[in-house]
Design a protein around this ligand. Structure first.
Ligand code: GLA
Length: 671
């Protein structure tokens, strides 16, 4: 069935590369057998083995260990996969990534394991792993060398596949480095055919980084999974950038053919637990292969819990016709939903913002039929509540709710109640002077059909801050479908530090089913002090700084050099690689901002950027497009009355490569 859907694009892709392939083939070494013509190949019945009816679960050495691997690590990882309970949870593949092979092929031209780090050889490792009830994966590249410059399989497909089969390997991750510019279709077809010809069931994991849209061409035909992007790394920006590249790919995946947004980073230490939970929830809902990338021999209970949550894994393994995909996007809040075989929908409600906030969606947006009520099951803790349709909750920065929503009988469970905190500062700007007062409100909403009673309200403020009740409802019930708001006047301490301060509001209540519980919501206020006198922006703390690559450079370039634009070296400046936005609080106290803007000389004539200055959302100055070949452009901006100054460096030519955007000599004149 998949074959007929895929073969047409495969044939047309083959036809379109005929010319290029002919050129490349002309340069093949004389020993290589002439590959079949495109027509012969399309006519050949390539019947991929159905080895991954659900997304594969396992582990891979690369994310944590890179090239620092040996057979002991692989054996200990197999041991740990069993001992930790991961194997019981469904994890199966133990995959050796790059760097297992010796620097040269053996005398017969075969790949061989590195004699020092894998002295017992791959077959012995496979035996060890199989004896534990697990499977062994291995790695090569569809190129002349791996990404780490070791022997790889281009033009050795048959011999190498035969070796992998002889060693009783169960999965091949096939990378894309050093591919000589030869068409991916041809290179990946050769290995798929070679693996099939061995007669051993070997999962084919295509690692072509999504460069030729394999999902829409050869991926589903040849592979069991295919990478959709470049490499993941252990930070939140990497997770969201990969996530953005999955939009629209859901149509292409299915049993034995999975989109692979790359391996997990859960437990590697670069993200918060909330971020790792969101990463795991998103990969789960997208039917991604779940290939752990941490040290299984040494993981804390939290990491293990994230990796092995039974319901989170069950959603990933459930196939009801379409991969989870984005159904709502309002900037900071995204909803990713996946229909389940039992008629429910799994949904990740993601807070992409850097602050705690409210996420919400409805049963309708999730694609569920109209019903008087729905059960909302928290996939992490198994708790079930009931809603008339809205699903709403407060989550930390980069946090998420991961729920399954199913039509249900009204009143079958406790109502879903949400709480959120909003703040109103005197200036109305969201910034607060140290020692100043502001209003904080907690709004609680009962989304269910039965009331919450015995209400008790609370607002937790930072240490030393004072909260005085202004208007706290004395109602003794919050009926289904209704909201109540309690308000406090909060005073910050005179020495409150600049920056964001969290406020947590909560409502305690009792349900008709007798449950005594509470719901909490988060909000925050930003304490800020306006600058005074005349000085350099690079000496001030920004309110926030987002840069497109690397880190915000203070008095040094993106690459850490002295700031230099148009041959002029500047002592002071901000290096904010496009696309970037750096925000400063002026508090209405500053009258003038000047800077020389341009692309740093360190990229030569490359790079292309537009610099924009905004005051309270209005454009105050724009540089026009500047490239590395241009000198600096002076900006002189009247900032009278501006509360918030935003410096934006935007890409001007469709690529942020080399956009080393520099605000040189950024001077601010304040009262
Ligand atoms: C590429 C792949 C990674 C990893 C490394 C190994 O970058 O995309 O997943 O396999 O090579 O060198």
């Amino acid at each position: 069935m998949i074959r007929t859907r895929i073969l047409t694009p495969l044939i047309s892709a083959l036809t379109s590369i005929t010319g290029a392939a002919a050129l490349v083939l002309a340069g093949l070494p004389a020993t290589a057998a002439p590959p079949p013509s495109p027509d012969e190949r399309a006519a050949a019945a390539f019947e991929k083995l159905p080895l991954t009816p659900t997304p594969p679960l396992g582990w891979n050495s690369w994310n944590k260990f890179g090239c620092d691997i040996d057979e002991e690590l692989i054996r200990e990882t197999a041991d740990a996969m069993v001992a930790s309970g991961m194997a019981d949870a469904g994890y199966e593949y133990v995959n050796i990534d790059d760097c297992w092979m010796a620097p040269a092929r053996d005398a017969d031209g075969n790949l061989q394991a590195d004699p020092e780090r894998f002295p017992s050889g791959i077959k012995a490792l496979a035996d060890y792993v199989h004896a534990k009830g697990l499977k062994l994966g291995i790695y090569s590249s569809a190129g002349t060398a791996t990404c780490q410059h070791l022997p790889a399989s281009l033009d050795h497909e048959e011999a190498d596949a035969a070796k992998f089969a002889e060693w009783e390997v169960d999965l091949l991750k096939y990378d894309n480095c050093n591919n000589e510019g030869r068409p991916a279709l041809e290179r990946y077809t050769a290995m798929a055919e070679a693996l099939l010809a061995t007669g051993r069931p070997i999962v084919f994991s295509i690692c072509e980084w999504g460069e030729s849209d394999p999902w829409a061409s050869f991926g589903p035909e040849l592979g069991h999974l295919w990478r959709t992007t470049g490499d993941i790394s252990d930070n939140w920006g990497s997770v969201t950038s990969i996530l953005d590249q999955q939009v629209g790919l859901e149509a292409y995946s299915g049993p034995n053919a999975w989109n692979d947004p790359d391996m997990l980073e859960v437990g590697n230490g670069g993200m918060t637990t909330d971020e790792y939970r969101s990463h795991m929830a998103l990969w789960s809902v997208m039917n991604a292969p779940l290939i752990a990338g941490n040290d299984l021999r040494d993981m804390d209970a939290e990491t293990l819990a994230v990796l092995t949550d039974p319901e989170v894994l069950a959603v990933n393994q459930d196939w009801a016709g379409v991969q989870g995909h984005r159904v709502a996007d309002d900037g900071d809040v995204e909803v990713w939903a996946k229909p389940l075989a039992d008629g429910g929908v799994a949904a990740v409600l993601l807070n992409r913002s850097d602050q705690a906030g409210t996420v919400s969606t409805t049963a309708e947006v999730l694609g569920l039929d109209d019903a008087p009520a729905y059960a909302v099951r928290d996939l992490w803790d198994g708790g079930v509540t009931e809603t008339r349709g809205e699903i709403r909750g407060s989550v930390p920065a980069h946090g998420s709710l991961y729920v399954e929503v199913t039509p249900a009988r009204p009143g079958h469970a406790d109502p879903l109640v949400s709480a959120e905190v909003t703040t109103k500062t005197g200036s109305g700007t969201g910034y607060l002077d140290p020692g100043a007062s502001f209003e904080a409100s907690v709004t609680a909403t009962n989304h269910g059909t039965t009331p919450a009673t015995e209400l008790s309200w609370d607002l937790a403020v930072p240490d030393g801050w004072v909260a005085q009740e202004v208007d706290v409802p004395d109602a003794d019930a919050l009926p289904g479908g209704r909201s109540l708001t309690a308000t406090w006047r909060v005073t910050a301490t005179a020495d409150a530090a600049t920056g964001l301060h969290d406020l947590t509001g909560s409502l305690g209540y009792t349900t008709e089913l007798g449950t005594v519980t509470a719901v909490a919501g988060h909000g925050n206020v930003r304490v800020a002090v306006p600058p005074s006198g005349t000085g350099w922006l690079s000496d001030l703390d920004p309110v926030s700084a987002h840069v497109g690559w690397g880190e915000l450079g203070l008095d040094e370039s993106v690459d850490g050099n002295p700031i230099t634009v148009g041959g002029v070296v500047y002592d002071k400046g901000l290096a904010a690689h496009a696309a970037s936005e750096v925000v400063y609080y002026l508090g209405g106290q500053c009258t003038r901002f000047t800077a020389d803007v341009g692309v740093d000389d360190e990229v030569g004539d490359l790079g292309s950027v537009t610099f924009t200055v905004l005051g309270d959302g209005e454009v105050l100055a724009e540089s026009g497009e500047l490239t590395g070949a241009d000198g600096a452009a002076p900006l002189d901006v009247d900032t009278t009355g501006v509360t918030e100054l935003v410096l934006r460096a935007g890409d001007a030519d469709g690529s942020i490569n080399y956009d080393h955007s520099t605000w040189a000599a950024p001077e601010l004149t304040c009262a």
